[in-house]
Write a protein that binds this ligand. Structure first.
Ligand code: BG6
Length: 491
């Protein structure tokens, strides 16, 4: 077994009192600590506006990991690594104070001067913080410095470019880690392995043998307390520009010449470059937008988007998007990639379905009118695994066939919880592995693609709400496939 690398670092979290820090970052740091991926040589400095102190952040961290610790465990050995400072992102004093604190903790924890700055807060100040860190000498250290940033990376291409310019004035591209947490999911990382380690799939992975590929990420939650952010974003910016296009890039890319960050990213970038731009006046042929109305989810009645809070009345923001992507290259000419995502849908699930072409002549009678093509289903969540849909002989006399499924459930096999996406990404960022973070070129190409769609929609008033909560989205999303002779596959 290879030895576990234990990175040494001071982790500075901007937005330490926020939801992301509490729900994802603290539990992830704890899991890294418990699994031996972090030893004693680390300190975490939490920063935010609130007047907390070290004791309060430690209590908070303890609460955030409650579900993970055993009864008799002394968590103080872990929480004692956490420190807190109230912070004003525009004040020089705050940065000077932070610098002194980092330098002193580096001595105490012997972190070799390695510094990870994690921006887990509203994006308005990303540029300012990056520059102030540099101006106040927080990058002057014998160790490495890295900047991890959360989405959204801009609101459109021009704002993303502006942000990127600001960041690059202070940090080099190889020091910038743009989070797309889908890239940390076990089964998203498995896409490459399923493809490139299995001849039976990769040999067929092209327009000769595949009819279409479908990627669905549905959620049952509404916008909850994020109404303000969400209403300025919508499903296209929130999910398509990043997570959905990243999954498509992994599904469509050519095999890289090796597994280095540069080679993998370069293949993904080529896919995004080959994405056919949808002309503004043709958007309706390729994309469907929706917004949820009232309905029932898990037996509970829920209100429509516009009734969630007063500020959403009359909103034209889309909470659902389905689209047909065309990739103009040799491998994929003629194979549509259908994507679909939305809030308040029937189930919380992310999955990929690869529909293979039928055999040229079918010798067998099929009782039902539906075709049973071979499908490869990659279940990203909540269950992790793959299922292969085949046809087999129906037991008994005669030549009837029936569909069967070969299924592999990752969680059932490995017997342990797979690491959380954030846990893996945090660890990668400390090891300096940027493979599962998005390169600027990917971000820019994705914005370029979705900006066109959003621009076209901005000209036309949508007829919202147009899907019921608890459904799989508007009818038009089914018609999008039906007009090509396809349908969305359920599991
Ligand atoms: C986030 C979006 O990036 O992804 C959220 O901002 C969405 O709106 C979430 O709910 C979905 O992530 P997951 O891991 O629950 O599928």
């Amino acid at each position: 077994m290879s030895e576990t690398i234990q990175p040494k670092a001071t982790i500075v979290i901007f937005g330490a009192t926020g939801d992301l820090a509490n729900r994802k970052l603290y539990p992830s740091i704890y899991r890294l600590y418990k699994s031996g991926k972090l030893d004693e040589n680390f300190a975490v400095i939490g920063l935010a506006r609130r007047g907390w102190d070290n004791d309060i952040i430690r209590e908070n961290v303890e609460k955030s990991i409650q579900g993970l610790v055993t009864e008799d465990e002394d968590v103080s050995a872990f929480t004692s690594h956490f420190y807190y400072r109230p912070f004003d992102v525009t004040s020089a004093d705050s940065y000077n104070d932070l610098k002194n604190m980092v330098e002193s903790l580096e001595k105490d924890y012997q972190t070799d001067g390695n510094r990870l700055f994690y921006l887990a807060m509203a994006p308005d100040f990303f540029g300012t913080i990056a520059n102030e860190l540099k101006n106040h000498g927080l990058k002057d250290t014998p160790g490495w410095t890295r900047l991890v940033i959360e989405k959204p990376f801009g609101h459109d291409l021009p704002s993303a470019k502006k942000l990127n310019k600001e960041l690059q004035a202070a940090f080099n591209e190889d020091q910038i880690y743009r989070i797309d947490h889908y890239l940390g999911k076990e089964m998203v990382q498995n896409i490459e392995v399923i493809r490139f380690a299995n001849g039976i799939f990769e040999h067929l992975w092209n327009n000769q043998f595949i009819n279409n590929i479908q990627v669905t990420s549905s959620e049952t939650l509404g916008v909850e307390e994020r109404a303000h952010y969400y209403d300025t974003s919508g499903a296209t910016r929130d999910m398509i520009q990043n997570h959905m296009l990243q999954m498509v890039a992994l599904l469509a890319m050519e095999p890289p010449i090796n597994l280095s960050t540069e080679e993998i990213r370069s293949e993904k970038i080529k896919v995004l470059r080959a994405l056919r731009a949808v002309k503004e006046d043709k958007v309706d042929e390729y994309f469907v937008r929706g917004q949820y109305g009232a309905g029932t989810i898990d037996g509970k009645e829920v209100v429509g988007y516009q009734d969630e809070v007063e500020a959403l009345k009359g909103s034209e923001t889309e909470t659902f998007v389905a689209g047909k992507l065309v990739i103009d290259n040799y491998r994929w000419a003629g194979v549509p990639f259908y994507i679909r995502t939305g809030k308040r849908m029937k189930e919380k699930s992310t999955k990929i379905v690869v529909e293979f072409k039928d055999i040229p002549m079918n010798l067998y009678h099929r009782k039902d009118a539906l075709r049973n093509p071979n499908l490869l289903v990659i279940n990203i969540q909540p269950n992790e695994g793959i299922t292969l849909h085949l046809n087999a002989k129906k037991t008994g006399n005669g030549n009837l066939t029936e569909p069967i499924q070969l299924a592999y459930h990752q969680d059932a096999q490995s017997g342990i919880n797979t690491p959380e996406a954030y846990e893996k990404l945090l660890y990668d960022s400390m090891l300096g592995d940027a493979t599962n973070f998005t390169h600027w070129d990917e971000v820019a190409l994705s914005w370029e693609f979705v900006d066109r769609i959003l621009a076209s929609w901005a000209h036309e008033k949508p007829d919202f709400p147009n899907y019921e909560s608890g459904s799989m989205g508007p009818k038009a999303a089914d018609e999008l496939l039906a007009k090509d002779g396809f349908r969305w596959w359920p599991e």
